[in-house]
Design a binder for this molecule. Structure first.
Ligand SMILES: [Fe+2]
Ligand SMILES: [Fe+2]
Length: 189
């Protein structure tokens, strides 16, 4: 199946994005190994997390509606946020992925979710800390904490993303805030 996914990616995603996806695949598998999770599941979710990254906004909206996903104003005006949920639909319908944990990990990779499993947390973190993201001081901290305390790493990653969004004219989806709050509580108590 990996070969089929690679062929799909080469036809649907620019090369630099494919390289990001392959780094997420490896980073997710490595984090899974550190935390005693199934490496293969993490790698599968990693290589499939951005299958719909380059879909046009209308296609994302159409597929999300067909699936019966609840669309709020922020998703309607920023359909790109739906690429995570739609990537899970492609994983299921094009590549036959049935594992709900893997599909959820794909769906949750952008905004997270207050109910994220450890596998979802790992893919969420891998997307943010893969080596191609750079070497800033905050990324170095996130990479270290990702090894030591997954819940704390999720909380800190949400903070970093929210800080970046605050410096931009982009909307912040409440699901990201809910993820941040939930994992702050989980790592503190
Ligand atoms: Fe993505
Ligand atoms: Fe990504």
């Amino acid at each position: 199946m990996r070969e089929q996914v690679l062929t799909y990616l080469s036809e649907n995603v620019p090369p630099e994005r494919v390289n990001h996806i392959l780094r997420v695949e490896k980073t997710a598998a490595d984090l899974a190994a550190v935390h005693g999770l199934d490496k293969q599941k993490a790698a599968t979710a990693g290589i499939m997390h951005d299958l719909a990254k380059c879909f046009k906004p209308q296609r994302l909206l159409h597929m999300a509606r067909e699936e019966g996903l609840i669309l709020d104003d922020i998703l309607e005006t920023n359909p790109h946020l739906l690429h995570a949920d739609v990537s899970a639909i492609v994983a299921r319908d094009t590549f036959g992925v049935e594992d709900e944990q893997v599909l959820s990990a794909i769906s949750n990779h952008t905004l997270g979710s207050a109910q994220m499993s450890l596998l979802s947390c790992i893919v969420f973190l891998a997307d943010s800390v893969e080596p191609g993201r750079g070497n800033s001081a905050s990324l170095k901290v996130l990479r270290q904490v990702s090894q030591e305390n997954i819940y704390k790493a999720v909380y800190l990653t949400c903070n970093c993303t929210i800080e970046k969004l605050l410096d931009s004219p982009r909307l912040i989806h409440p699901r990201l805030i809910a993820t941040r709050n939930k994992f702050l509580v989980k790592c503190k108590y």
